[in-house]
Design a protein around this ligand. Structure first.
Ligand SMILES: Nc1ncnc2c1ncn2[C@@H]1O[C@H](COP(=O)(O)OP(=O)(O)OP(=O)(O)O)[C@@H](O)[C@H]1O
Ligand SMILES: [Mg+2]
Length: 430
């Protein structure tokens, strides 16, 4: 794409990546987890982390982290088979992957992918050699278990390993995943062959895949919750991305953006992207006004790209809890929530819904047991969804409540509570 732009323009390209699965310019906040997974892979099949599952809400960086793990394994000379479970026929695609590895290896000379440094150690070169031999000997008519076993056997004989990764595990078909689980259980756990596994998916899997009695393999994987970003992580990523391009921040702009980031890398990338665009970085410094505007644009995008799709995956009980939480101003005790819902839903159903909302990332539990909105849902969005539903329900006797202004006020870390289109300055409280 760069060759469509002049040198000057190419250098000014926005370095933020407000999308899914895009490698960020600066990868932050995952060092401990990455180190842990890497040590587990290096330790071999007896280590529980040799088979791991990354769990986290939408936009928490699972795919990017999975790709980094694949890269580390690839550069160490492992055979890497990356898959995702969002479309069916996993077994067929796994076979295609192995075939692809065969084609790729035929064209390799001494070094696998990853640049010239990979030719400097014997192990890495040996990695390419055994891969070339073994993928050639695999026969397409063999079943997946035999193909994977053969690959793992050769890897073991050469002091290497195979890494299978499956992204979007939560959306996989149950029968297909049961079959895969049984094959992996046999090869890696029972026979202790060096076939490592790293899966990734939404944390709601804790109640589906990871509880399924016919998928003991996944239950025995080590699970890692994607850690929420800290303010320091956000400061580091935002500042490095802008400063590496020669840009800078004015006044409180950087800390306002870091404050508004919250837990999700995706949200941080949106904030950085809009701040850069609004300020025309790196030509001009990112001002406090640009940061303010970026926060508002980001909220709008989060509503469309994260909160809205998430809302539509929730069942009525889950939506009722979020409505009750929003009617309580975004912070409530379980008793207050139950009081607002009335006797319409049983206590056990509320508790089940609460648990799912927690895993999806729509709510968080405070240490005192109270509930707040989590990283993948916002008070303003729930007000908006409820308002839309009221309009569709056509309750003429209940006049629609007027929309709030909702503009973010970074200094107060709150939103304007005045009506949309109000005159004068915003206010965060009466
Ligand atoms: N550790 C990180 N540091 C900086 N940016 C990150 C980090 N992890 C992810 N990102 C950015 O956030 C975006 C979202 O990440 P990613 O697509 O990996 O999320 P995900 O958890 O896989 O989401 P989904 O559940 O929708 O698939 C990426 O495009 C990437 O640019
Ligand atoms: Mg993903």
């Amino acid at each position: 794409m760069n060759n469509l732009l002049g040198d000057n323009e190419a250098a000014q390209q926005n370095l933020f990546t407000p999308d899914f699965g895009q490698p960020p310019h600066s990868y932050v906040g995952r060092d401990d987890m990455l180190r842990d997974v890497r040590s587990g892979l290096g330790a071999g099949p007896r280590d529980p982390r040799f088979t791991s599952v990354l769990l986290g809400p939408r936009g928490s960086g699972k795919t990017v982290t999975l790709n980094m793990i694949e890269d580390v394994a690839y550069k160490a000379g492992w055979l890497v088979l990356p898959l995702d479970a969002s479309t069916s026929n996993i077994a067929e695609r796994l076979e295609e992957r192995i075939e692809w590895a065969r084609d790729e290896n035929e064209t390799l000379t001494a070094a696998p992918r990853g640049g010239t440094d990979t030719t400097t150690t014997g192990v890495r070169v040996l990695g390419a050699e055994w891969q070339r031999q073994v993928v050639r000997s695999i026969e397409a008519k063999w079943g997946i278990r035999r193909q994977l076993t053969t690959l793992a056997e050769h890897a073991a004989a050469n002091g290497s390993a195979v890494l299978l990764t499956v992204d979007e595990l939560h959306s996989g078909g149950i029968e297909e995943l049961r079959r895969l689980s049984s094959d992996l259980q046999h090869i890696t756990k029972r026979e202790q062959r060096p076939l490592a596994f790293v899966g990734a998916g939404l944390a709601e899997m804790k109640h589906t895949l990871l509880e399924d009695k016919k998928m003991t393999f996944f239950q025995r994987c080590q699970s890692f919750d994607m850690p929420p970003l800290t303010r320091a992580d956000a400061m580091k990523c935002l500042s490095k991305t802008v400063r590496d391009a020669g840009g800078e921040f004015d006044g409180h702009a950087l800390s306002d953006l870091a404050e508004a980031t919250g837990a999700l890398p995706f949200r941080m990338q949106l904030l950085g992207y809009y701040a850069w665009t609004v300020a025309d970085a790196p030509h001009s410094p990112v001002s406090e006004t640009a940061a303010d505007q970026a926060i508002n644009e980001t909220d709008r995008d989060m509503h469309q790209r994260v909160f809205s799709p998430t809302w539509h995956t929730l069942n009525e009980h889950e939506q009722a809890i979020l409505r009750a939480l929003s009617e309580s101003g975004g912070h409530a005790s379980p008793q207050q929530i139950a009081g607002r819902i009335g006797g319409r839903i049983s206590a056990s159903s509320i508790s089940r819904a609460d648990n799912r909302l927690l895993n999806v990332g729509c709510i968080t539990h405070e240490p005192d047991g109270s509930i707040r909105f989590g990283p993948v849902m916002a008070h303003e969005s729930v007000v908006w969804f409820a308002e839309r539903e009221r309009q569709y329900a056509g309750t003429a006797d209940k006049p629609a409540t007027r929309q709030r202004c909702g503009k973010h006020m970074p200094r107060a870390n709150a939103r304007c509570i005045l009506r949309a289109g109000h005159a004068g300055r915003c206010r965060s409280s009466w």
